[in-house]
Design a protein around this ligand. Structure first.
Ligand code: AMP
Length: 614
């Protein structure tokens, strides 16, 4: 008899071409060649059963943990779980994770050994959130990755005949006091055999050597990856990065460094500024001999006026650009269209996080605005908090009653939900913080549009600053003003992505408390306010600013007296109620931005990188 567990696919994709299929209990099930799409059918047709199966297994393995025992008293019963285990945010789990970080046994949270802590881009009191991870999580993530190329190949043929120039970056990692690695989820994947042993897989033939991807110095890594991509330009069929922000930063890097890159190609030698021995060694094959012909071609393209459409000229065989372009990354679509010249499709393939991977886009050639992700029911146990008033995004800390939660297959088309996950690695009914809207179903598995991250108002790269974070950091800077007899009357903010990297902009209206003889406002004072704000923004912001250089210096735009009154008049004239008017802490509307910009009297930038220890 075929049992449920033996029907549900869970591939352990160490070898992509002879894909061995494992069931979710990790018992070898079948060898199905490359027919992962058939597996996806089975999985989505049986989404409800798959979810029940996943939860049963999670409870079986983790029932004895201190965390679950506290609520379920050793029971592994699903309805007891639903009744008794509370829906939580990170602060409720943090103490367990920190105990593990300081050397306590994983079993307080998870039935299996926690092997690493994944540093997510979410923060808690300014510090990065750490997510527990077990070895088998790598198989789950690999399963999702293994679906991408078969899905793409349904729409575009011949992708196995060339290479991918994906600009992938590993980040520096640390160890906890007890010696457990703390790294980003992608760094974990790039270091794993699942990634490193993909070599024979024609669909995952990358121009960038692994040693270069793994170089923790992102500038050296970027230089070498672009160089490889240029050397192999005729073979490149797809280009991209994980997030659009990283891809655009690499293009901007190319704008600044193409002369050096062309020179390296011309003389067959790597620029001496690349000092990483691993990178230098890996690049030997790419610069085996001088190639003046290729150097001339690249030079002619890069030096010829506008960079509109440059990607198609540099990589003439490219069939699509891949990057996450949904959520906050949507702000980069126009820039990518500019560099792509409008003719190269922009493709978003997947939705994932450090907590768990979630889903894939089954219609990858749709416009980025229409992307929906189909949730894979074998990644984790998924539940959803209905946002009944549509997008009521301010109640992040509210207690959520257990009976409000809706199961994966029970969500309703058109409705908004906040995502909650229960994982094998020790998160139970954990609020991921993402707001999703159901757009339809693929078989039994729902498809979601990513709407936003709860509360986030400013984001350039992986940073996510909410209204409260912004308010707290501005409060710190206000003190500097007050010591010099100035008051901050009003402020709002804006993410300026017209610069690369993008940066936070604050519009400030300031008033002197000495109307008679105001002290002149000096540049240094406002610059120190910029620096103070950056110092008190959270860890991920500071890391992106100081180490990854993916965010530019924060800017304060000082506006003339009355500017915020004019803003209020404008918004009221566009329908805001004057009674309930509150200054928006983040400006998105083009008209409001135009108005404030027209009132700017001076701009100041942060003069230094904020402190950030890795
Ligand atoms: P991290 O845990 O640092 O990897 O960040 C994960 C978060 O990034 C998710 O919870 C989402 O908020 C966001 N994210 C990941 N993938 C996507 C996507 N495809 N579209 C929009 N946002 C995404």
């Amino acid at each position: 008899m075929v049992t449920l567990s033996s029907r549900l696919p869970f591939r352990n994709n160490i070898d992509c071409n002879s894909a061995f299929v494992y069931n979710m209990d990790d018992t070898k099930l079948d060898c199905k060649g490359n027919d992962v799409l058939q597996e996806l059918e089975t999985l989505t047709v049986n989404a409800k059963e798959a979810q029940e199966f996943i939860l049963t297994k999670i409870l079986e393995r983790n029932q004895a943990t201190e965390y679950l025992s506290k609520f379920m008293n050793g029971s592994r019963n699903i309805s007891a779980f639903k009744r008794l285990v509370p829906v939580v945010t990170y602060d409720k789990v943090q103490q367990y994770i920190l105990r593990i970080a300081t050397g306590e046994d994983s079993s307080i949270l998870c039935g299996e050994q926690i092997v690493e802590l994944l540093r997510s881009s979410g923060t808690s009191q300014g510090e990065p959130r750490l997510m527990p991870s077990i070895l088998k999580d790598l198989d789950r993530r690999t399963y999702l990755y293994s679906l991408i190329m078969p899905i793409m190949s349904k729409y575009i043929s011949g992708l196995d005949k060339g290479k991918a120039m994906y600009l992938l970056f590993a980040k520096a990692e640390t160890l906890t006091n007890s010696g457990m690695p703390v790294r980003s989820v992608l760094t974990s994947y790039y270091k794993s055999p699942h990634f490193l042993h993909r070599k024979h897989d024609l669909y995952n033939n990358y121009t960038s050597p692994d040693e270069v991807i793994l170089c923790p110095d992102s500038q050296q890594s970027m230089y070498c990856q672009l160089l490889c991509g240029l050397v192999e330009r005729q073979h490149v069929l797809r280009i991209g990065a994980v997030f659009a922000s990283a891809f655009l930063r690499s293009i901007s890097f190319l704008e600044h460094h193409w002369c050096d890159l062309v020179n390296d190609i011309r003389i067959g030698q790597l620029n001496p500024s690349i000092t990483s021995p691993a990178c230098r060694l890996a690049m030997l094959d790419f610069l085996a001999s001088p190639n003046p012909e290729l150097a001339d071609q690249v030079e002619a393209i890069c030096s010829c006026g506008s960079w509109k459409g440059i990607l198609g000229r540099l990589w003439p065989n490219v069939k699509y650009i891949e990057a996450v372009l949904t959520g906050t990354m949507a702000q980069y679509i126009p820039m990518l269209e500019f560099y792509g010249g409008g003719g190269i499709p922009l493709v978003c393939t997947m939705y994932a996080s450090s907590e768990s991977y979630f889903g894939v886009n089954l219609r990858p050639l749709c416009s980025p605005a229409d992307v929906s992700y189909t949730i894979l029911p074998n990644m984790a146990y998924f539940e959803f908090i209905p946002l009944e008033d549509g997008l009521r995004l301010t109640d992040h800390e509210e207690m959520v009653e257990n009976d409000r939660l809706v199961g994966l297959v029970d969500v309703k088309v058109g409705c908004y939900y906040e995502l909650v996950v229960t994982t094998f690695s020790g998160l139970y009914r954990y609020r991921v913080g993402d707001v999703l809207q159901v757009t339809g179903f693929y078989n039994q598995a729902p498809q979601f549009k990513f709407i936003c991250r709860r509360n986030v108002i400013l984001s350039i790269d992986t940073d996510k600053t909410n209204e409260e974070d912004l308010h707290n950091s501005i409060t710190a800077a206000k003190k500097i003003l007050e010591n010099r007899n100035y008051l901050l009357l009003e402020y709002t903010s804006y993410t300026d992505t017209s610069t690369v990297p993008g940066h936070y902009v604050l519009f400030w209206e300031i008033k002197s408390t000495h109307d008679e003889s105001p002290t002149p406002l000096d540049c240094q004072l406002l610059e120190s306010c910029c620096a103070a704000i950056e110092e008190s923004l959270d860890y991920v912001y500071r890391r992106c600013r100081a180490h990854e250089k993916s965010i530019g210096p924060l800017e304060i735009r000082l506006v003339e007296a009355g500017a915020f009154d004019a803003l209020m008049d404008l918004l009221v004239s566009h329908g805001s109620s004057i009674n309930q008017y509150k200054t928006l802490r983040c400006i998105e509307s083009g008209l409001a931005l135009k108005l404030l910009n027209s009132k700017v009297i001076a701009c100041f930038f942060s003069p230094r990188d904020p402190e950030c220890s890795l």
